[in-house]
Design a protein around this ligand. Structure first.
Ligand code: NDP
Length: 310
């Protein structure tokens, strides 16, 4: 039977994804209609991103699954009109991009790159950085992205601790979980990377109490979500020196408002949500594989647990 797939994402992405999805689904032997506008009652699958504007899934009476192009699903996970499985995006390209971005910013802090790049002051005072083995990095969140980041940092010989909701075992990474694990992880973290999802349980993971656990001058890198950080507490910690510098890619309000104190803060680097993005070539393969699986009666990959929100 022919399948109908609705593409509901940023319109500019349609010309990029259309040939990739068409090719991937034909390759899987599916007869398929893919479009940005189909009668809801005829749609089998929705390829979804929040900026496509679709909010009400009620009229989609024969829908089998929603396949998110985004890794973060906080904007759809609690949508009560959605009653079919929701799969999030786990994409090699996205993972590689995040790994490169985080490793780059960790190396910036580890090597103290700003000092000589931004300040040529005529002072000849050799003060070489320590080796990565002596640098303690903590990765909060050990999912598709956090685990890849932790492994890449461990491969560079950083002293890596990771923290997740459930216990994990990752070669070269000290894995912790639970509230006590978070306290242990933060109390030794010279550089903290946040790669948690935006859920009720992760809101303000970095707050006044947890920031206070950090060694003085610790660096914070947040490519996860803005809600993970209590902004007022972080600003206080930056001003007191508890946190030495922060690189923030994600914010509670995006674009970050022009009058937000982060923009002008001398100890904050703002990047405009560019840590990584879904790469159409690899992401389309993930979407097609999930449609193939669903049609074959096999379990979907990367299904969101709607009770946990990720
Ligand atoms: P995953 O769902 O694969 O991993 C989430 C991780 O967070 C898991 O290890 C999970 O633990 C852990 N976690 C969840 N809740 C808690 C909790 N309450 N306490 C402790 N640990 C918790 O997500 P991804 O790795 O794919 O992505 C992470 C986030 O990165 C996304 O949700 C998104 O917000 C962000 N992102 C940002 C991008 C950017 O450009 N800035 C691009 C893409 C994603 P467990 O393993 O035990 O389940």
């Amino acid at each position: 039977m022919s399948l109908n797939v609705l593409f509901s994402a940023r319109p500019a992405l349609w010309p990029v994804y259309e040939p990739l999805l068409r090719e991937g689904l034909c390759h899987a032997g599916q007869e398929v209609t893919i479009d940005t506008d189909l009668p809801p009652e005829t749609v089998d699958y929705v390829v979804y991103a929040p900026n496509g504007g679709l909010m009400d899934f009620t009229p989609f009476s024969r829908l089998k699954a929603v396949l998110s192009l985004w890794a973060g699903v906080e904007k759809i996970a609690s949508n009560s009109s959605l009653t079919v499985p929701l799969a999030r995006m786990v994409d090699h390209g996205l993972t590689q991009g995040m790994t490169e971005w985080v490793v780059g910013h960790v190396l910036r802090y580890h090597l103290g790159l700003d000092r000589h790049i931004l300040t040529q002051d005529g002072v000849w005072a050799p003060d070489p950085p320590p080796l990565a083995t002596q640098r303690k990095v903590c990765v909060l969140g050990l999912g598709a992205l956090g685990q890849a980041v932790a492994e890449a940092l461990a491969a560079l010989n950083f002293n890596v601790t990771g923290w997740s909701r459930t216990p994990k075992a990752i070669d070269g990474v000290t894995c912790l979980s639970g509230p006590a694990g978070l306290r242990t992880a933060l109390s030794q973290a010279e550089i903290v990377v946040l790669l948690l999802p935006d859920t009720a349980a992760t809101e303000n993971t970095l707050n006044t109490q947890t920031l206070d656990l950090l060694p003085a001058g610790a660096k914070v890198i947040n490519p996860g979500r803005g809600s993970l950080v209590d902004d007022d507490a972080l600003l206080l910690a930056l001003n007191s020196g508890r946190v030495g510098h922060a690189t923030l890619d994600v914010f509670r309000v995006e674009p970050l408002p022009l009058d937000h104190p982060y923009w002008a803060h001398p100890k904050v680097t703002v990047t405009p949500h560019i840590a990584s993005e879904t790469r159409p070539e690899t992401a389309a393969q993930v979407v097609c594989e999930n449609i193939r699986r669903c049609e074959a009666g096999q379990p979907l990959l990367h299904v969101v647990d709607r009770t946990l929100g990720y």
